[in-house]
Design a protein around this ligand. Structure first.
Ligand code: GTP
Ligand code: MG
Length: 198
């Protein structure tokens, strides 16, 4: 497996705690427990770079991971977890929105949804935000290992239609367990961070 130079660069709840804007960033958004931190660990080949947990609400800050000193992966708090208090949820929503709105070195926003379920109302709202801020819709359908082969196509179609994806969008099926989809997601990220623009 390739060694990837990756480390936690900064943890922030406010813009003045964000690191400098000299390199491109790719942010991961999605419901609590969908697998954002697990995806970052898989992409970087590190089991414990980002903290993961079976109980939702693990990531409560914006975590910036430095990759090879060339770009960053940004782990955002999850949304939509009922057991987190309303006040805390509002604080996280504000934190996510502030970051997405004002971060000019943010090159791509990748939304994660659970491949087993229809995207929720919150997922649809998040996709609307992503579009309204001018980013291309890029979705990772996580936990693919939990689906039967016969369910994969129909579940991906349901996600595609519910989030109103189109030819401009990308939908990556992914499993952190089997690592399927990892190479495609990593190529996409490195293409835009090392070469192109939004
Ligand atoms: P928050 O930080 O709470 O927002 O969650 P998160 O989106 O970062 O999720 P996290 O990566 O912590 O994963 C949540 C749980 O799902 C953990 O128990 C993971 O081991 C599990 N998980 C994540 N991805 C996969 C996957 O592809 N397959 C399976 N089977 N489990 C997964
Ligand atoms: Mg997390």
């Amino acid at each position: 497996m390739d060694y990837i130079d990756a480390s936690l660069l900064a943890t922030a709840v406010r813009p003045d705690q964000y690191p400098d804007t000299f390199v491109p960033e790719v942010a991961f958004v999605g419901r609590s427990n969908v697998g954002k931190s697990s995806l970052i660990n898989c992409l970087t080949n590190r089991a414990k770079l980002a903290r993961t947990s079976s109980s939702p609400g693990k990531t409560a800050t914006i975590n910036f991971y430095n990759i090879k000193d060339v770009y960053r992966l940004v782990d955002l708090p999850g949304y939509g977890y009922a057991k987190v208090s309303k006040a805390e949820q509002a604080k996280w929503a504000d934190m996510i929105e502030t970051y997405l709105k004002n971060r000019y070195n943010l090159t791509a926003v990748i939304q994660l949804v659970d491949s087993r379920h229809k995207p929720t109302h919150d997922d649809i709202t998040m996709m609307e935000w992503i579009r309204s801020f001018g980013y291309r819709p890029v979705v990772v359908a996580t936990k693919l290992d939990k689906l039967k082969k016969s369910q994969i196509e129909s579940n991906l179609t349901l996600i595609y239609n519910t989030l109103r994806l189109d030819d401009e969008s990308i939908l990556f099926p992914f499993s952190a367990e089997t690592r399927s989809g990892k190479d495609e997601i990593m190529s996409f990220i490195e293409d835009i961070c090392l070469g192109g623009s939004r």
